[in-house]
Design a protein around this ligand. Sequence first.
Ligand code: SAH
Ligand code: SF4
Length: 355
Amino acid sequence: MPTTRLQLPSIGLTELQELISLEGLPKFRAKQIMDWRNKGVLNPENMGNIPQNIRQWLKDTLCCEPLTLSAKQCSEDGTRKYLFTLPSGKNIETVLIPESERGTVCVSSQVGCVLDCPFCHTGTQKFEANLSAGEIVAQVLAVKEDLRQHPMQEDLHHDVTHLVYMGMGEPMANEQGLHQSLAMLMSEEGLHISRRRITVSTSGLTPQITQLGEAYPVNLAISLHSAINSERDILVPINIKYPLEILRECLNTYPLAHQRHITLEYLLLDGINDREEDIQALVNFVNPERERINLIRFNPYPNSPYSGTPTERMNSFAKSLISKGIRATVRRSRGQDIMAACGQLKSSNTTKTTS
Ligand code: SAH
Ligand code: SF4
């Protein structure tokens, strides 16, 4: 099965050099192959300076293209949403969010999600699989390749500069895929993206957050959504296992890069977590020295059970926090016209059944 073979998107240079040498082929070819790979060229047939016998060897030895692009949608604001199919036939989604100075790719880490936050479209989908490191990295490489083939309009950045693990799935519940993909994305011989440009978003699996901080101290975003345990138990059910007190301790020790902070994501749901007592609970919870709040507008999806707080009240919620010494911003939603915004990603029709 191709999925059990080493995958070109995530293989290290030394590993590839060893494989090539074992075959009696010239070792310097490994570096050339890596250069193609890092540009997003994964099909050996498109690797111009690689001779035919090595292209064939690559195809026979590695899983070169773990993802097939099945569909692509472009938003009016430049956002692109990709539907990729895995060798198993399962689908995942990836989003590119271009701005004038940066291009951010939002990667998926699982097919579906192991958790089931009630406001999240992905959470309504059955958990099907963890993505391998190769499948996570391949999402980034495929976007790079798409940008080369179909350049971005001029006022927007032309390449991938930033990465967020905020697509489908809970990255901390796929620790192996997360860590191994970060190894390639951050390494010098890989895409060499700085830890300051990578953000992992999690609903709050505290042991895994600590592990991540020790191994790959990238930026951290926490899906907080409430600073009241009884409320968060419902909105983010992992809170039952790792309540706010445990999360607090964990956040206090997470390593931060210079002048960086932890982002606390807070989705505002009308009449649910946008009340005066929610502000007070946040004030008690947040450490303003190390943390900032990012207020998120609720992105509806078909049959979603909530409605978002109206804009005016979102703004006054933000102002209220700011007046109490907490840094809070309202996130601009992108790609909503193509259902590419946070929490709208869903790749199949398999729905969780509630008992
Ligand atoms: N599982 C991880 C990462 C993926 S979700 C996590 O929960 O953090 C990425 C972000 O989208 C999270 O902050 C999540 O809470 C938010 N989100 C989920 N559903 C949403 C919706 N319907 N509208 C707006 N944001 C949503
Ligand atoms: Fe999973 Fe994150 Fe959605 Fe919760 S918000 S169901 S953890 S993807």
